[in-house]
Structures are given as C-alpha cells and as structure tokens.
Design a protein. Structure first.
Ligand SMILES: [Fe+2]
Length: 270
C-alpha cells in the first residue's frame, strides 16, 4: 500500500493579506505540519493548483519558503489563479512539456499519477479551464506508456458538473475530450480535482472523481448560486489517497478541528 497526500486551492497571498479573515499561508503551514506528523509514511504530496491567489512572484516565493525542508517529494500543479511565467520563475525545477505546460507523470509501483495543466490563461472569463491539443496529445502518450499500471489523473478543474452553478460556469470547458480519452484507456481508476473548495464525490464517464476542500476558505453549501466567489470559514482539509493492490481509497482530513491523541479517543460500549 502506498499513501499520497493532496492539498488543493492554497491561495497564498502577500504578507499581511487575508481571505475572509483567514491567512492562507498560515493555514497551509498548519496543514502541512499536520500531514507530515500524521502521515510521514506518505510517498509524496500533490498540490492540485491555485497555489497563489494573484500569481504574484512574492506569493510563489512564500510558497517555496513554506515547502523548504519538506521531507517528502512535492508535485506542483497550476489552477485558474496561477500564471505559468511567475510560477516557473520561482519553481525552476518543475517539469514542463515541450510547449511549456506544467504537466508530468509519476509512477509509484503499479500506479501512474498523471498531473494535468488545465489552466487557460486566455479564458474570456479568466477562470475556466481548457486542455488544448498539445496537452491532450501529451496525455495520450502518458496513458499509452502506462503499461498495466492503474492510472490516477489529477486536474485542477473537475471534469464534471458539480451543481455549484457559478463554479460549473468556470469549469473545464472541453471536459468531454478528456473523459473520452480516459474511458478509452480503460485503466484510469480515479480522478482527483480541486477548484470548488468543497469535498465532493462524483463520476465522469464512470470513473470516480473526488474533489477536496482547501486548507483555507471553503465554498458554502449554496447549490445553484451563480456567484463563483462565495466563501465561508469552515474547517480546512487535505486529502489522503491509499493506493492498494485492490484499488484506491480516498480519505479527507479536517486538520483545523481539535487534534486528539489516540489516548483520548472515545470507545463505544461493547
Ligand atoms: Fe481556488
């Protein structure tokens, strides 16, 4: 069994700035410390996009500082709040495709993790996602070379409608092209996404999709609202993926709830 930790929608801000009164860097630092304390056996950590709030160089520098000394390998992805140039100026070792897109894959034994770049810097609405022909061709190669491995695909923009109308409006506009490829491959067992800032389970083309909350600000349970900028102060979270021989188990951990040592766990009467 292998374990993979997932943080998404971190939204680092310049020093002194907050989102609805919350400090994204403080929240991420708290969550990362919690994850490393409780899951030091994890194989790696994936940051599933919206690393910075304004894509400012100072925000990426603050994230890099927060990750300094992390004992686990970290995979960085981009979301709609990110921009490639300032991100790559700070994280110079990040793998990119021939055309400069921030996507790569990692193998963990019998699993392949494919991390896609759904950022559309030219989107009219500035926040929706897109996978161009280059990125889809790259995906075809990543799938074809996976052999008999089970495949997990990570996307910032979820490839499904969530019911949050404002967020669906700025979703992955050509998700059908992605799903067609993943279904045709036949060994994609799980899709992991962010973007919504809420824990959501669903499916796309029959493939399970899990969306995780942000470590910082969340989407309120306001289905049908057209506003994509709603936020609420609910517990911050990260995801824990268990990669078994039989398949993938998906957990989430609300790390801002009061921590308990095993000695304090209550037991039900037998
Ligand atoms: Fe976000």
């Amino acid at each position: 069994m292998h374990k993979v930790l997932v943080f998404t929608d971190i939204h680092i801000l310049p020093e002194g700035e907050t989102v609805i009164g919350l400090d994204p860097l403080a929240r991420f630092t708290q969550g990362l410390a919690h994850a490393l304390e409780h899951h030091p056996d994890a194989a790696r950590i994936v940051l599933c996009g919206d690393l910075a709030h304004n894509a400012a160089p100072t925000e990426y520098a603050r994230l890099k500082q927060a990750l300094a000394g992390c004992p686990l390998p970290v995979d960085l992805m981009l979301g709609n709040h990110d921009r490639r140039a300032p991100f790559l100026a700070e994280f110079t070792q990040t793998p990119v495709t021939d055309a400069g897109f921030v996507q790569h894959y990692q193998d963990i034994d019998d699993y392949r993790l494919i991390l896609l770049d759904t950022l559309n810097e030219e989107a009219d609405d500035t926040h929706s996602g897109h996978l161009c022909a280059h990125r889809l061709d790259w995906l075809d190669h990543a799938l074809a070379s996976a052999g008999k491995r089970r495949v997990l695909v990570f996307t910032h923009h979820p490839p499904m409608i969530t019911g949050f109308s404002g967020m669906d409006w700025i979703g992955l506009h050509n998700r059908a092209e992605l799903i067609e490829r993943l279904v045709a491959h036949g060994r994609v067992v799980q899709i992991i996404s962010g973007h919504i800032h809420r824990t959501i389970q669903g499916a796309a083309g029959g493939i399970p999709v899990s969306i995780f909350k942000s470590p910082c600000h969340q989407m309120p349970m306001a289905l049908g609202f057209q506003d994509s900028s709603l936020s609420i102060d609910e517990p911050g979270a990260y995801g824990i993926l268990l990669l078994h021989d039989d398949g993938v188990i998906v957990h989430t951990e609300d790390f801002t709830l009061p921590d308990q040592t095993p000695e304090l766990y209550a037991r039900k009467r037998p």
